[in-house]
Every structure is written in C-alpha cells, then in structure tokens.
Design a protein around this ligand. Structure first.
Ligand code: GAP
Length: 449
C-alpha cells in the first residue's frame, strides 16, 4: 500500500477545521454513521454531483434523469428482495459484548455463514482477547419508520436502501413519457439509508449517505456488451480527475455478490485504509423488473417493434457512493508543499470541482480599498462561488484559500485605486499577474474553464 499523504485522523480534523465536514449533532455528542457537510463541503459535493450528471445524463443521448421519493410503498422492498435478503452477518463477543460484522472480522469477501463460522472459530476477540463468540446472525440493513399516527406493523415503511428502486418503479412512466426505445438509461442522485452494524472510517461507511446511480435497460443479449462499455467508461471518468494508480477494478466472487447481481465489479480507490469499493457496476439481469412486475401485477414487458416480441429488459447498473467519491477527491487533491521555511497545504482540485472559484482579497481593511474590492466582487460574483475576505494578513489569507483549493485569488491594493487593475494569483504555480478590472471577468472565466 502507498504511504497515504494524510492519515484518517488528520483528514477528519482538516475537514472539520476547513468547514468541509462536521459530525452530525456534534453538540449532543454526535450520532454514529452520520455527517453534515459544511460550507465548503456542500460546494464540493454539489460540484461532484454536477460533474457526474453531465457525464452520465448530458453526454448520452439515451440517458435521462429522475428524482424519486425516499419512502416508497413497502411492497417495493419486498419485491426487490431487500426485506428478506439485504442482510449483513453479525457476531458478538460474549465476554466484552463488542459487536462485529462477521465478514469484516473474518477478513473475507463472503457472506457464507458456514465459511465465516469456520474462520471465526479460530479467532480471538480483537477487543478483549477472549474466545467466546455468539452464533452468526443475519442483520437486516433496511431502516424502518412508520407512516401515519399508528405505529403498528401495517404502518411500517422503509427508508430506501438504494436509490435505484425508484427507477425501476418508474421504468414504464419514463419509457412512455420520453418515448424511449431500448437501450435507455435512467439516472438519479439521492440519499440512501442503511442500518450498518459498524459504521466507520469517517464518510466511508455511514448510515445515511448519497448514491449516484444509473440503470440501463437493455435487451438480454446486449447486457454483457453494455456492461463492458459502462464499466470502462466509469473507470475512465474517475481517472479524469483522480490519480490512475489509486484506482483499480475488483470482481466480486460468487459468495459475495448481492442477491440481484449476475455479474458485479467494483471500482476501488486506494484509501488510507487500503483499496476499497467506491463504485459498483452490476449486471442485474431481469431480477428487478420481473420481481416488480410479479409483486405489483403490472406488466413491465418491453414490446420490441422490430421483432414483434415482448421481453423483460435486463438492467446494467452503475452506482457510485458520492461520499466515498468526496473522500477520494479530497485525499487525491491534498498536497503539502515546502515554500521557503514553511509548509503549505494545497488542495489541487480541478477548477470545476473547487468549492470557491475566486477569492477577492483587499490588501487592507481601509474603507477606500474595501469600496473598490466590493465593486470588483460585484463585477465577478453570481455565476460561481466567489468569496470576499478582508481579515488577517494577505499571506494567511492565501494559505487559507490554498487549503480549500481556490484556484484564483484576486488582490486589490492601493495601486488598484490609480491603475484600475488587480493582482491575480494562481493557486498551483503561485505566480501573479496584473489584470485590468475591466477585463477581469473574462480573464477569470478563461482561466477557470
Ligand atoms: N444499487 C446498487 C447498490 O446500492 P452497493 O454496492 O450496495 O450497490 C453502491 O452500493 C455504492 O454506494 C457503493 O459502491 C458505495 O460507494 C456506496 N455505499 C454503500 N454503502 C455505503 C455506506 N454505508 N456509506 C457510504 N457509502 C456507501
């Protein structure tokens, strides 16, 4: 494993210090597996989502978007197989009462209870060193709630465990309203919820997280080809802004695949705790549409005009966790550089992803400078996130902007009052250029594009 540029502890502290990520309900001691995105975090995450949407929806003539409800009819989750099979194996140490995910404890990519039991039988508890295990039990990950005032079994509903189920239930609506012919895809970004046994590794394993999923509906004979194309395209997309060496494919073994998957590959990223899944690409066969057709009694066959035949489309899915992508993006962009005797932290994000695109920094708080700097701000603000900052020394303000990845800083100094020009500093090269105020917006636009 490469030595990480930053440890997880340092990363968590940096994300908090710089307003990217806060522990949810921190003032009450937090809540396991939940995080809040601060002022710069929400910008970076929105930029990542926009980048994904452009790539998956706008670049493909046959992919459209959707935003479905988080809570669906509970039958959706019975049909999808999640009520019955969306389980993680769990085991407890009877001596110290610590709970483990059995496959993580056994350190294998398998959910086979017999295999896990055999491995764990040879292990001592990593927490207390004793050897006194409970049997392995299956724990369902769906989060429950109640709809309406009566909290009985008839009112149980589920927070979605994956966003794609709302795509399958709308398959026919989308097909009809867009007059789409196979193959066509539907994409969605949104929150998903899983009652993880052991949330951890910061944003990596949460109980509330965000997914960006695309479901391609295809003829069964086309599924393998479409799967291979999307698998490759998704890797190339990640490689367009993350270091190639930090990315790799991993194929799921038979005992590891989710209940719906005929074929499953992960795109893994080299996190400080090793290569781990960031995106899943799955051939889901006809599992989803045939189950929904059966449980809802609505025919979801596709009528192929060319052949005059009807069939249930197969689904090729790409599913990336936005929070894991967020983590990987910060880790990848994070650099520490020697500048003279000092070390500067710089987040080398591509401009499209940077939370703040431009910072306007008057050299001092003198009212005559502030006035001009405010005018400069007004002349460039509106289309992208521009920050105005007149506190602290200019050196400290540059470092602050470097740390959040701002590509360009604009300094308004006393000369600006006379020559109507400002100094623009580039984040990566730290080179400075004098630019006329009247040409500033055009200059910034060209640098940021
Ligand atoms: N619809 C398919 C599906 O949900 P998955 O492999 O279970 O497949 C897809 O999840 C992606 O969602 C994962 O690759 C991961 O990036 C993200 N993800 C899953 N569980 C997560 C969790 N507990 N916390 C953060 N992200 C998670």
């Amino acid at each position: 494993m490469n030595k990480p540029k930053i440890s997880m502890e340092e990363l968590v502290s940096y994300c908090k210090r710089r307003g990217f990520v806060f522990q949810a309900s921190e003032i009450y001691g937090g809540v396991a597996g939940m995080y809040d995105f601060g002022p710069y975090g929400v910008e970076l995450k929105n930029n990542l989502k926009r980048l994904w949407w452009k790539e998956v929806v706008y670049k493909n003539t046959n992919v459209v978007g959707l935003d479905s409800a988080i809570i669906q009819n509970p039958k959706v989750w019975q049909a999808s197989g999640h009520v019955e099979r969306f389980n993680d194996p769990m085991v407890d140490c009877k001596a110290c009462k610590k709970r483990f995910r059995a496959d993580k404890l056994a350190d294998v990519d398998s959910t086979d209870v017999k295999e896990l039991t055999d491995i764990i039988a040879k292990l001592d508890c990593p927490n207390c060193g004793k050897h006194d295990w409970t049997d392995i039990r299956q724990f369902n990950l769906l989060m429950k709630t109640f709809l309406g005032p009566v909290e009985d079994d008839s009112a149980v509903a589920y927070l979605r465990g994956e966003t794609c189920q709302g795509i399958y239930t709308n398959y026919d609506n989308v097909r009809e309203t867009t007059r789409a012919k196979l193959p066509f895809g539907v994409a969605q970004i949104g929150k998903a919820f899983r009652n993880e046994i052991t949330p951890g590794d910061f944003l990596f394993r949460q109980r509330e997280f965000e997914q960006a999923e695309m479901q391609m509906f295809v003829h069964p004979d086309e599924a393998s080809k479409v799967f291979a194309e999307w698998k490759q395209a998704r890797m190339e997309w990640h490689q367009s802004f993350l270091t190639k060496e930090n990315l790799r494919f991993r194929e799921h073994g038979e005992n590891e695949r989710a209940h719906y998957a005929k074929d499953a590959w992960d795109i893994e990223y080299n996190f400080p705790f090793g290569f781990k899944e960031m995106e899943g690409i799955h051939n889901r066969g006809d599992w989803d549409l045939s189950r929904h057709s059966k449980y809802s009694s609505k025919e979801l066959d596709y009528f192929d005009e060319a052949s005059g035949k009807k069939y249930i489309p197969w689904v090729v899915e790409t599913s990336v966790g936005m929070d894991r992508l967020f983590l990987a993006t910060i880790l990848d962009a994070y650099h520490e550089e020697k500048v003279g005797d000092e070390t500067r932290v710089v987040l080398k994000l591509k401009p499209e992803l940077a939370p703040v695109k431009v910072a306007i920094l008057p050299l001092s708080k003198k009212p005559e400078l502030s006035k001009v700097a405010q005018e400069v701000f007004a002349s460039v603000a509106g289309e992208y996130n521009v920050e105005y900052d007149e506190t602290q020394s200019i050196g400290k303000r540059y470092r602050r902007q470097d740390e959040i990845g701002t590509p360009l800083c604009v300094t308004v100094d006393f000369e600006s009052l006379d020559d109507k020009a400002v100094t623009v500093r580039d984040r990566d090269s730290m080179e400075q250029e004098r630019v006329k105020m009247s040409e500033l917006k055009e200059y910034l636009d060209s640098k940021l594009s």
